[in-house]
Design a binder for this molecule. Structure first.
Ligand code: SF4
Length: 333
């Protein structure tokens, strides 16, 4: 694709925070789970942005917050240049047309009592688009785009395989002609061969329809294959971001280096040394001070427990949040 910087920004989050209150009893919350804690992220037109990190790092919460399926605790959200941070639910209709979501398990997100045709035309009906005949034609066209056959229109979700159900999920997301689709682990429940089919389909849709995808996954190999840019999350923070090739060739952040060391090389003669990570992921209810990775980082110094590193550009388009790349005389405690 064209260099992302030249393209229009379709989705942006500035210093996005999402805290979940924890109540020990009645009354005010006494703790907060800091699922997302000050993330800056930008998605460009026609771009596939891969968001990775281990389970519990906050990537799914960030994806849902960016499109206002969850209300942010703080920060600013913009879709197509419009501030949607505090927009009321009744004013969200246009927004919902432009941004859609595809879930990991399409089966639980599809109504088992509705036939595929009803699932697809329902969104058009809600948005008062077309006559009954026109809605049927639109649904048939979308089904063709995702590789479903006309006879599938009259079948129920349980009659399909996992890969086909994910095609139905994609068709439902596409039917309103959105600009952005957030895909939350869309292939992790599928067999490898089916994963490849769905990923190729996403890339095809990006090429033909110029749709932007936020592709959330924990599998670095999948993200490497599908994404134009990649962001790595750890404990609610974005710790590294770059174009895919740059990120995989010049990985800077110690946590990203651990994740990438687990990706097998396509060349069987190349042996990669896998870096293992000590300790468990700390609780987001009580994250470590300073750099949140310092309790597990092999390069941590005393400063790392005191100073919060900010996401800084270390090469064109390549940003890292690590004190190894900062001048400690200029950082704020
Ligand atoms: Fe490791 Fe310190 Fe960099 Fe954090 S700031 S990743 S603890 S070296």
């Amino acid at each position: 694709m064209e260099t992302a910087e030249k393209k229009r920004v379709v989705l942006q989050g500035k210093q996005v925070k999402k805290y979940f209150p924890v109540h020990a009893g009645l009354g005010r919350p006494n703790h907060y789970v800091k699922a997302v804690d000050g993330v800056d992220i930008t998605l460009h037109e026609g771009e596939i942005y891969g968001l990775v990190g281990e389970t519990g790092c906050g990537k799914s919460t960030l994806g849902r917050t960016l499109i206002r399926l969850l209300d942010p605790t703080d920060g600013v959200l913009e879709v197509l240049g419009k501030d949607i941070t505090r927009i009321k639910e009744q004013d969200m209709t246009e927004l919902r047309r432009n941004i859609q979501m595809v879930f990991q398990d399409p089966y639980t997100s599809l109504n088992p009592r509705q036939k595929v045709g009803e699932i697809l035309t329902e969104a058009l009906e809600i948005h008062k688009i077309g006559t009954k005949r026109e809605r049927l034609d639109i649904a048939m066209e979308i089904m063709g785009k995702v590789g479903l056959r006309p006879e599938h229109f009259y079948r129920y979700p349980h009659e399909f395989s996992g890969g086909q159900r994910q095609r139905i999920g994609l068709a439902r997301a596409l039917i309103l002609n959105p600009k952005v689709i957030v895909c939350d682990e869309p292939v992790s429940a599928l067999d490898v061969s089916i994963q490849a089919q769905i990923i190729n389909l996403l890339q095809d849709l990006r090429e033909k329809e110029n749709i932007s995808f936020l592709f959330i996954a924990h599998d670095m190999s999948v993200v490497k294959y599908v994404s134009d840019r990649v962001g790595v999350m750890y404990l609610g923070h974005l710790v590294e971001e770059a174009e895919t090739e740059e990120l995989f060739q010049n990985t800077r952040h110690p946590y990203a280096q651990v994740l990438l060391s687990a990706v097998p090389s396509p060349d069987p003669k190349v042996k990669k040394e896998r870096i293992s990570l000590e300790g468990d992921l700390p609780s987001p209810m009580n994250p470590p001070s300073g750099c949140v990775f310092h309790t597990r980082c092999p390069y941590a110094t005393e400063a790392c427990s005191l100073v919060i590193p900010s996401l800084k550009e270390v090469a064109p388009g390549h940003k890292v949040a690590c004190l190894l790349y900062e001048d400690l005389n200029t950082v704020q405690e």
